[in-house]
Write a protein that binds this ligand. Structure first.
Ligand code: LRH
Ligand code: MN
Length: 401
C-alpha cells in the first residue's frame, strides 16, 4: 500500500486498525424515517415508522459496521411523551443493544414558535421553550446520555421586523438556565446554521455566535459543527481548528452538500472536505480529541435509508482511516520549513491511499462482514422490514419525519 516497503505497510495497517478500533459515529433516528423536502416526500415502504423500528435499523447498521453503538434521538419525534417515555426507550436499548445518544430538543415544529422559541419576544413562549429544554435535559439525565444537542431555528424573514439585540439577551437568559440544569456529566451542544427556515436573519447563524452563547451559558456548553451549515467557500476545517484551540468543540453533524443544507450522504460530494476536517481532529492532542461527538445528520429522500446510512458509516471509517495515515511529525516539519510541495504531498498522499483492503482485514478480524453494504443486501433485512412496515408507510402522514 505505501510506497516504501513492508515495514511501512505494517505500520500503516496498525495506524488504520487503531483508528478504526477507536472510531465511533452516531446515527440519527430521523435518518431511518420517511423524510422529504417542502416539495414532497417519496415514501419508502421499509422506512421506520416508530422509535422501535428506528432502534432496530440502528442496531442493524451497528451489527454490520461495528462503529455506531448509539442513536441520536429527537424529543418530539422519538419521545412524544417526554420524560414519561424514558422507560420505553430503556426497553429498546436493552432489546436492540443500542444506547440512546444525543438528545435533540425540537423548538422548530410547533405553531407557537412562529416568531421564535428561546428568542421569541413573548416571555410566555420563551418559558414554554425553556420547559421543553429542561425536559430534554431530564430525559438525557435519566437515559444517562451525555449530550443535549440544541439546534435553534429562530430568526426572521424581513429587515426591521425583529430586534436582533434583544433576541440575543433572551437567548442568553434561557441557555443559562438550561446549562444550570445539566447534570455533572452532561453537556449542551450549540449548533449554528446561517439560514433556513429563516431567510433574513438566524439568531445562531455562525460559529462565533454559537461560541459566545456557549461561553456565556457555562463550561458544559460546547459548539456543534454541522458540515452543511456553512456558506459556500467557508473553510470549515479552519473553524474546527479554532474551536479545538479554544477547547469549545463539542461535536459534529456530518453530511454532504453541493449547494446549501442538502443533508446528502457524507463523502458523496466532497470527501476531501471531511478528510481535511478529520486531519484537524487526528492532529489534535488526545485531551483535545476526548469527548468530541461524531454524529451523522442526514435525510435520505431518494436512496434506500439503510443503504445510505451504511454507506455513510463506511465512508466515515475510510476517511478517518486515511487521515490517520498522515505522518503528522513529518508534515509539521515540512509545514514549518515552508516546504510547500513536500508538505502538500505528505498530506494528500494519505488521502489517495486505498485503505479498503486493510479495512476489510480489520472487519474480518473483528468478526464483521468485510463488505457491510453487500452483507445488508444478502441479509434480506430491507425486504423483511418493507414487508413488515409497507402498509403502515402507505398510510404515512405528511409530518417532516
Ligand atoms: C437543522 C438540523 C438539526 C436537526 C435537524 C434534523 O438543519 O441540522 O441538527 O435537528 O437538522
Ligand atoms: Mn444538524
Amino acid at each position: 500500500m505505501t510506497t516504501n516497503g513492508a515495514g511501512a505497510a505494517e505500520r500503516d495497517a496498525k495506524k488504520i486498525w487503531d483508528a478504526l478500533d477507536s472510531f465511533r459515529i452516531e446515527v440519527p433516528s430521523w435518518g431511518f424515517a420517511n423524510t422529504g423536502t417542502r416539495f414532497g416526500k417519496f415514501v419508502q415502504g421499509g422506512a421506520a415508522t416508530n422509535t422501535e423500528e428506528k432502534f432496530a435499523d440502528a442496531s442493524q447498521v451497528n451489527k454490520l459496521t461495528g462503529a455506531s453503538p448509539t442513536v441520536a434521538l429527537h424529543v418530539l419525534w422519538d419521545l412524544p411523551g417526554g420524560v414519561a417515555d424514558v422507560p420505553a426507550i430503556q426497553g429498546l436499548e436493552q432489546k436492540y443493544g443500542i444506547k440512546a445518544g444525543g438528545i435533540n430538543p425540537n423548538l422548530f415544529q410547533d405553531a407557537e414558535y412562529k416568531f421564535g422559541s428561546i428568542a421569541n419576544p413573548s416571555a410566555e413562549i420563551r418559558e414554554v421553550a425553556l420547559k421543553h429544554l429542561l425536559d430534554s435535559v431530564e430525559i438525557g439525565k435519566e437515559l444517562g446520555s451525555k449530550d443535549v444537542s440544541l439546534w435553534i431555528a429562530d430568526g426572521s424573514n424581513y429587515p426591521g421586523t425583529q430586534s436582533v439585540r434583544r433576541r440575543i439577551e433572551w437567548m442568553q437568559e434561557i441557555l443559562g438556565k438550561t446549562h444550570a440544569a445539566l447534570g455533572p456529566d452532561q453537556r449542551m451542544l450549540v449548533e449554528y446554521k446561517p439560514f433556513e427556515p429563516a431567510f433574513y436573519h438566524t439568531d445562531i447563524a455562525d460559529w462565533g455566535m454559537a461560541l459566545e452563547l456557549a461561553r456565556t451559558a457555562g463550561p458544559k456548553a460546547k459548539v456543534l459543527v454541522d458540515t452543511g451549515h456553512h456558506y459556500q467557500g467557508t473553510n470549515i476545517e479552519q473553524i474546527v481548528a479554532w474551536l479545538l484551540h479554544l477547547s469549545a468543540l463539542g461535536g459534529f453533524h456530518f453530511n454532504d452538500r453541493k449547494y446549501a443544507d442538502d443533508d446528502l450522504t457524507l463523502g458523496s460530494i466532497d470527501p476531501y472536505q471531511l478528510f481535511r476536517i478529520f486531519h484537524e481532529i487526528v492532529s489534535a492532542s488526545p485531551q483535545e480529541r476526548e469527548g468530541i461527538a461524531f454524529m451523522i445528520d442526514q435525510s435520505h429522500n431518494l436512496k434506500g435509508k439503510m443503504e445510505a446510512m451504511i454507506q455513510s458509516v463506511v465512508a466515515a471509517q475510510e476517511l478517518y482511516a486515511k487521515a490517520s495515515l498522515i505522518n503528522q511529525d513529518k508534515l509539521a516539519e515540512l509545514q514549518d520549513a515552508c516546504r510547500l510541495v513536500e508538505a502538500e504531498e505528505c498530506f494528500r498522499t494519505a488521502f489517495w491511499q486505498d485503505v479498503r483492503p486493510v479495512i476489510r482485514e480489520w472487519r474480518a478480524a473483528r468478526g464483521l462482514p468485510v463488505d457491510p453494504l453487500k452483507a445488508l443486501g444478502e441479509s434480506g433485512y430491507v425486504e423483511k422490514v418493507t414487508q413488515e412496515r409497507g402498509s403502515k408507510n402507505a398510510r404515512s402522514v405528511s409530518s417532516y419525519a
